[in-house]
Design a protein around this ligand. Structure first.
Ligand code: CA
Length: 474
């Protein structure tokens, strides 16, 4: 969802989880909001300068009768559990989403070619944004935009920002671009297949199917071209990759900031290579070093196109999800969704399908977690914590990783499931499809996973992490 930087970071971290939170009506935890105060506020808004471009017919026709207190809860939501970057990435870029992206690329091939020719943005980059923003148009948000934005205009923090967006939303309908009945979206007002905020829509949406309307809800060509236009306007450099996964040279000490851009010669001189050991190509104008999990995890050199992804939601992890999804769609292979270098964990994240299986298993075990939606929110995490406690799992951290997946489902996943031993006592007995990627020192985890060995993390004297098989006893 795109909007101004002030607000973006908040929704970046929690946007997906909130979709489920706000769908529940009349939550007793929601604040009381006075309807008469709300109506007085709307009266004064109508006459304010922000609404000068909105005619009174439009304003009154879509004027909500009541505020929606759930959006104020969402505005002030503080996640009770921190989310690791590998959990975030594994649910946003899973096998299903890559498969859907490969399919979308075929279905929209001619449109994507025209978009590439006109905006200079690579098809897979447009698809990466589309997949992460709205699951290729499948998840648009269900909040009534006028009621949400009117409520946020009249209560709590950031009212001036939301007043402008409320006026912008009314202008979109007034101009005839989108039907009022289609103006539904996130609690914060992002809507359509691109999850644009209304202000972004007015600035950057384009009509690409030629019907004279910019319809980012119903027209895929409009939505994809608007995404490309957004990226182009945010500094996208035609023909450049977003960046790539790299190897950090031993003993590296220096810049580790995405925004501290250096030339490729600089990084070559420092000893950086592509993650497979090949020399860095000179196809990026400049690049910054991105270390989402510190020196222990995957490392990336990222250029201006990554920054364009970043401007979509002001979150580096979010931009990395777009970048990674783009690469996997380009590769046309959904069998492996990890980076080459493993995350510094012995308990990787789960896919959305696995999240649903966990939720179903919790319900089967008598935990009231609401709907099976594949979103591990606070309710699911509390139930996981209780289940862990009941099984004497330590730590009972409420986290849904691969270990917990195996514990509660008894599922060892993959083709070897029938012959694989069941999960035992918190030791992860994983199995995955064979990987054809070249073997490097960083493949240790993948190899252990393949061999279905339990393992533990050992910190070397130099601070790096290695994984040791449980049966080696080192
Ligand atoms: Ca159109």
């Amino acid at each position: 969802m795109t909007h101004t930087q002030t607000f973006a970071a908040l929704t970046a971290a929690i946007g997906v989880a909130l979709a489920a939170t706000t769908a529940q009506a009349a939550n007793p935890a929601d604040p009381y909001l006075s309807t008469s105060e709300f109506q007085q506020c709307l009266d004064s808004l109508q006459n304010s300068s922000d609404f000068r471009g909105v005619d009174s017919f439009t304003f009154n026709r879509y004027r909500p009768s009541e505020p929606d207190p759930s959006v104020i809860s969402s505005l002030n939501y503080q996640p009770e559990f921190e989310k690791d970057v590998w959990d975030y990435l594994s649910s946003l870029v899973d096998k299903q989403r890559v498969e859907d992206g490969i399919k979308a690329k075929q279905e929209m091939a001619s449109t994507l070619r025209r978009i590439e020719a006109q905006y200079g943005v690579k098809a897979e980059d447009v698809l990466g944004v589309w997949g992460v923003e709205s699951d290729f148009g499948q998840t648009l948000g269900k909040n009534d935009l006028f009621q949400s934005l009117a409520t946020l205009s009249c209560f709590d923090r950031r009212q001036s920002y939301f007043r402008r967006e409320y006026a912008n939303a009314l202008k979109i309908v007034q101009q005839g671009d989108i039907a009022a009945s289609d103006m539904t979206g996130s609690w914060a007002g992002a809507f359509g297949q691109t999850q644009f905020m209304p202000g972004t829509f007015l600035d950057l949406a384009v009509d690409f199917d030629g019907d004279g309307r910019r319809d980012l809800v119903n027209s895929k060509p409009d939505a994809l071209a608007s995404t490309a236009n957004f990226l182009a306007k945010k500094g996208y450099r035609s023909g450049e990759p977003w960046g790539y996964e790299v190897n950090i040279p031993a003993g590296y000490w220096g810049s580790n900031s995405r925004t501290d851009k250096k030339s490729m010669s600089y990084w070559r001189d420092k000893g950086f290579t592509l993650v497979d050991g090949r020399p860095l190509p000179y196809n990026l104008d400049q690049a910054g070093l991105l270390l989402p999990a510190g020196l222990e995890g995957p490392a990336f050199l990222v250029g201006k196109n990554f920054d364009a992804f970043y401007s979509y939601n002001a979150s580096e992890n979010y931009a990395l999800a777009i970048a990674h999804l783009s690469d996997l769609i380009a590769k046309g292979d959904s069998s492996k969704t990890d980076f080459i270098r493993a995350w510094p964990t012995d308990d990787p994240g789960i896919s959305r399908l696995q999240a649903k299986e966990i939720q179903q298993a919790l319900i089967n075990n008598g935990y009231d977690i609401g709907n099976v939606d594949g979103i591990i929110g606070d309710n699911t995490r509390k139930a996981i914590q209780q289940y862990q406690t009941s099984k004497s799992v330590f730590p009972a951290d409420g986290r849904a990783g691969q270990k917990f997946y195996r514990l509660i489902t008894g599922n060892t996943q993959g083709t070897q499931a029938a012959s694989a031993p069941a999960a035992r006592g918190g030791v992860w007995q994983g199995s995955r499809q064979s990987q054809s990627s070249p073997s490097t020192a960083n493949d240790t985890m993948a190899q252990l996973i393949e061999q279905q060995q339990g393992y533990r993390r050992v910190t070397n004297p130099d601070g790096t992490i290695r994984l040791v098989r449980m049966d080696k006893g080192q």
